[in-house]
Design a protein around this ligand. Structure first.
Ligand code: GLN
Length: 232
């Protein structure tokens, strides 16, 4: 079943820094799994997009305010979000994990976070998890708008730990960040492309059709391998 575009261009909001899903390369051009997937899907399905890398919470706000037609931002499909968003088929699976500085041997469980400050990005599933378990474990939460400031805060020890998606943390470690992940990760849901509930139904359909096509023709694997392949 082929869907056809209704708009001459779709504005797609995304995170500003969520490597390897969206980040700027050495020439400041945005690249990453989400970017390449979105471009390949729009090409395959014959619709035009403009991607805006505004940050996670802003992408959520814009999509819900009809200022963006949809969003792709390594966004976990959660029951909470399903109340206000329609999601595509999942395109990636990722858990979320607590991160401490490499060499920190004091934090081995959530209980060890008692009295410590844990950073998290605004609007994320990790933030939800931390808020829900705050009283149980007795940590403080510090909310950040972007990953780079959060990562630097751990480096300078102005926070003791942070929580972020596992593939993003693994990628950061591969890039040379001195981080470790001592606690078993949490399941927070698979990633999906999202529109505001009830809007742009053709966009979800085209995304799903394009994703299926990319999985069939090997392009999906190529894109993922390019950023998180074993040889990377
Ligand atoms: N997967 C997480 C979420 O949906 C984090 C996404 C992000 O930081 N871009 O909340």
């Amino acid at each position: 079943q082929k869907a056809t575009p209704v708009k001459s261009q779709y504005n797609i909001s995304s995170d500003s820094l969520f490597a390897p899903f969206e980040f700027q390369d050495s020439s400041k051009k945005y690249v990453g799994i989400d970017v390449d997937l979105m471009n390949a899907i729009s090409q395959d399905q014959g619709f035009n997009i403009k991607m805006n890398f505004v940050g996670f919470q802003t992408a959520v706000d814009q999509t819900l305010a009809n200022q963006a037609d949809g969003m792709i931002a390594g966004m976990s499909i959660t029951d909470e979000r399903k109340k206000v968003f329609d999601f595509s088929e999942p395109y990636f699976t990722a858990n979320s994990t607590i991160v401490v500085k490499e060499g920190n041997d004091k934090v081995k469980s959530y209980e060890d976070l008692k009295g410590l400050t844990v950073g998290v990005k605004n609007g994320t599933a990790s933030q939800d998890f931390l808020e829900k378990n705050k009283d149980k474990y007795g940590y403080k939460i510090k909310v950040f708008d972007t990953a780079d400031t959060m990562y630097e805060s751990l480096n300078t020890s102005s926070i003791d730990a942070f929580m972020d998606d596992e593939p993003v943390v693994k990628y950061a470690i591969k890039q040379g960040r001195k981080f470790s992940t001592p606690i078993k990760p949490e399941k927070i849901g698979e990633y999906g492309f999202a529109v505001k509930k009830g809007s742009n139904p053709e966009l979800i359909e085209m995304f799903n059709n394009g994703l299926a096509e990319l999985k069939d023709n090997g392009q999906y694997d190529k894109i993922v391998d390019k950023y998180v392949g074993d040889n990377k």
